[in-house]
Design a protein around this ligand. Sequence first.
Ligand SMILES: [Zn+2]
Length: 172
Amino acid sequence: MTRKILLTMLMLSVAAWFVSLPDAAADEAASAHIAQVDADTFDWAGQDNSYWRSVLTPLQFSVCREAGTERPWTGVHNANKKPGQFLCSSCGLVLFQSADKFDSGTGWPSFTQPASQTAVARHVDASLGMVRTEVVCGRCNAHLGHVFDDGPAPTGKRYCINSVCLLHKPAQ
Ligand SMILES: [Zn+2]
């Protein structure tokens, strides 16, 4: 009986490892350039598109540098409910806390507020015949998504963020 329980626990932990692998592996592959520099002193805002093209994946570049939008329900972090923090996939700045993430049903990671006052900046975006508020990284100016006024309490805000612009750092 004990052996059967142990075997079940082992199988469950192996299964959990496989389930957690895709987003962690994807994050590792997509963030190698951040580990190569001193992220706190590097001139992130001063880099041009040739730099970003050389360090980002094609999807990261089109979304984060050309203000594109990933297809909904495709991002590895859309359903990521693990405790921790979400960092900018371009520069590693802490952008959002996992505790502020909620299920908006839109297919994109959604948050009620940024991690700090300086984590993100907001710009008016009048493209596509709509007036929206664009959200960018406060350190490297990466396009992240948009913020809307239809979010849940306590802020009433919905930060609708492309998963490809985020890395997840699990709580220790
Ligand atoms: Zn950034």
